[in-house]
Structures are given as C-alpha cells and as structure tokens.
Design a protein around this ligand. Sequence first.
Ligand SMILES: Cc1cc2nc3c(=O)[nH]c(=O)nc-3n(C[C@H](O)[C@H](O)[C@H](O)COP(=O)(O)OP(=O)(O)OC[C@H]3O[C@@H](n4cnc5c(N)ncnc54)[C@H](O)[C@@H]3O)c2cc1C
Length: 430
Amino acid sequence: MIANERPVIADSLWTATANPAPNCPPLVGEVEADLAIVGGGFTGLSAALHAAEAGLRVVVLEAETPGWGASGRNGGQVNPGLYVDPDAVEARFGPDMGARMVAFAGGAGRLVFDLIGRHGIQCDARPVGWIRAAHNAGAMEDIRGKVDQWRRRGAKVELLSRDAVAEMVGTTVYAGGLIDRRGGNLHPLNYALGLAGAALRAGAAVHGASRVERLAREGATHVLRTSRGAVRAGKVLLCTNGYTDGLAPPLAREVVPVRSVQVATDPLPPEIAASILPGRQAPSDTRRLLLYYRMDRDGRFIMGGRGAYGDAATQGRLEALRRVSVQMFPQLTPFGWRHAWGGFIAATPDHYPRLVRMGPGVMAGLGYNGRGVALATAMGKLMAEWAAGRPEQELAFPVTEPQPIPFHGLRRLGVAATVAKYRLLDAMGL
Ligand SMILES: Cc1cc2nc3c(=O)[nH]c(=O)nc-3n(C[C@H](O)[C@H](O)[C@H](O)COP(=O)(O)OP(=O)(O)OC[C@H]3O[C@@H](n4cnc5c(N)ncnc54)[C@H](O)[C@@H]3O)c2cc1C
C-alpha cells in the first residue's frame, strides 16, 4: 500500500513488488550543501545523482519516501520525445533551441537505460521499444507524420501496419501504429529506489519524511526548513511536479495536477500471459483519453488511463479500465483483479514541460504531461548541469520566468468537463 494516500488509489502493484528501499532517514539538525533538492522523484533523484557525480555536495529532501509521488506509481513506459512533434518544436523554438530540445527528449529513453546499466539498477528494464497504437484511420495519419518526422532525424521509429500491431499487441482493435525502438518499459518504483541508491553511493544525502516547510534567503544562501532540521545551500532545485505545494509561490499555478489510475490482475497462467504483448512492449494508444497497458515480470496484466478527482468517480474509472481490458483481451474474462492505484501527473496548457527560474539560484523543472519516466530523468540531469555552473543559454531546454496559469483554481472544473467530452468522442470511435 502507498503510505499516507487515499485508500481508493493506494493499492499499488509497484509497492507490493518493491525492492528493499535504501535507508533515507529524516533530516535532523542543520547541514550545509552546495545544492538542495526538494522532491525525491525521477527529477530530483536524477539531479542528485548527476550533481553528486559532478562533485557537488547534495541534499535531497523528500516529504514522504523516495519514489512516493508519480515516479513510484506510473505505467513504467519509457517513451522518448516530447508530447509535441519534432517539426512543431523546431517551428516554435527555432532551428537551434528547437533541435536541442528534440535531441534532448529523443535521447531521454537511452539515458534511462544507460543509467540503469551503469548503476546496476534492478527494475525489470526492458529496452524493447515503445508502441503507439492508432485507434482509428484519422489517428493513423497523425502516426505517419510522427514516423516521418523522427526518421528524418535518424531515429529508430517504424510504422506498423494493422496486422503488425495486432500481432505485437494481441488484439485487433487498432488501425496500425508505430514502434519507437528507443523506448521500452521498467518497474517504476524500483527504478526510483535504484536512482536513490545510486545517488547515495555517489555521495548525496537523501532524506525521507522531510517535507520542506519554508524556503528563505539569507544573503546568497538559501535556507530550507523541515520540522526537524534545515539545509543551507547555494542553489536549490524544486522537483515536485504534480505534488507541488505552496512552498514557492507561484510554482503550484504553473501546472494542473491530473489524476491517472491503473488496475492490475493477479499473475496470469503462462499461456494467457504469452497471448498479450508477447514482445513485452508497453503501448499507449491515440484515444483522447489514452489507454496505456503492459504485462509485468510475473505475468500480471496492467491497464491505465485517466482518473478523476473524487473517490466515487475514481472507482468508476477503475471499473471502466477493467471493462475495456476484457473487451480488448477477452481471454482476461475469468481472472481476478488485484491492485488499483493512481497518482498525479502535471499538465501544462501547451503540453511542454517547464524549466522555471524561480529567483537567483533557484530552478524548478516540472510539467511532463504524463511522459516523465524518460523526460524527468533527462530534466534532472540537465538541472544538475545548471547547478554545476552551466549557463542557462547553453542548456538543451529553454529557461522561462514563472507563467502562472490564469484562473488556476477553476482548472480542475475545466479538466473534468474536457474529460467528459473526450470520453464521449472516444466512445463514438472518433
Ligand atoms: C498513474 C500514473 C501513470 C503514469 N505513467 C507514465 C508512464 O507510463 N510513462 C511516463 O513517462 N510517465 C508516466 N507518468 C508520469 C510520470 O510518473 C511523472 O512525469 C514523473 O514521475 C514525474 O517525476 P517527478 O520527480 O518530477 O515528480 P514526482 O515523482 O511526482 O515526485 C515529486 C515529489 O515531490 C515531493 N514533494 C512535494 N512537495 C514537497 C515538499 N514541500 N518537500 C519535500 N518534498 C515534496 C512529493 O512527495 C513527491 O514524492 C505517470 C504518472 C502517473 C501518476
């Protein structure tokens, strides 16, 4: 069970199958550091690992335990690239910065698998490619465009026919799709715990149960206070994504937290487990409220999709995920469902992540729009480069001033209305 979480989304398969966690005791007393990092998910832990490897004295402060947020709960899909297609990125940000951003995001999957290999992280990593499956002919047109754009940039992305997707996925519901060979999947909580262990071995201090309650400046020094201690640091990274609280206003208004949920079966008999995703890719599809699904190492089937803010509505979404799973894979009908869990992703209005200058010496990275396994890892590395002295203009992602979303308090209502509309369009197959 995920500790300190609402019961309706707390029964996580990843928590039930987690490796032993590294020892991350609460911060007690006052310490000095070159870099203090708030948040122990992929962003914060990757930043800590890379900054410690660069020789900085690093302290991570996590309110709960490493991987407690989205990083320990997600679908484990390593999907390279930004939500926005490469041509559109370059059109908006220009040939120099746009190309850097495309290379940064396109290479993020490789970075994940390289880190796992280099640090011996046990997280069922499978670099078997990532499938995007088209739910209708219109979506297939869009897929063709994506394949073309990535191939022009030399990426290993291939178009899949209707038959090829049917064979790889094990269902005939799709019109075709693509496979991005740079991607794959992993056990997300074990990846997060492995990153925490690697950061500790590289010399970083990682503290759980250490919510930062105050962030203040004293001259050139930043002081971060928890209930039992304080860190005095030259630089600060805010890595709190969909769990951003009121610590550093207006950061919480930079993104809209949106709930995503998953359900998992018990381990299936081998012949059933072999009939679904035999190559063990983890697809996402192109519905507006996309479905993402996979098998785990023990032959459990896992289905994920958009959640809701309220508990009753979330129960309804969990039930809908079980129903759609059986529609797509009727062989699942006799088997029981064991786990149900979820968490917050962080959405931005234009679907781009944000690297935000929060003041002198304070940087925030967030807003991965549900694609953070690879992107948050890459963003953490980039933030570590900044912390180690790389100038902003040399980074592979543009730094912006805070851009609080107008009428942020009403955004949840907007999300709920949009979800209802999208659900109807998806149900009509449009
Ligand atoms: C159900 C679900 C499925 C998903 N599936 C996928 C997927 O398959 N592929 C993919 O690429 N992405 C997926 N995502 C998105 C991905 O998980 C996130 O983008 C990524 O984990 C973000 O990492 P992070 O480190 O920035 O934030 P998080 O992992 O959310 O970590 C933020 C941390 O900050 C801590 N924190 C907040 N405030 C404070 C404070 N004041 N002091 C100290 N600590 C604080 C929180 O406790 C939390 O642990 C999914 C997300 C969810 C919820």
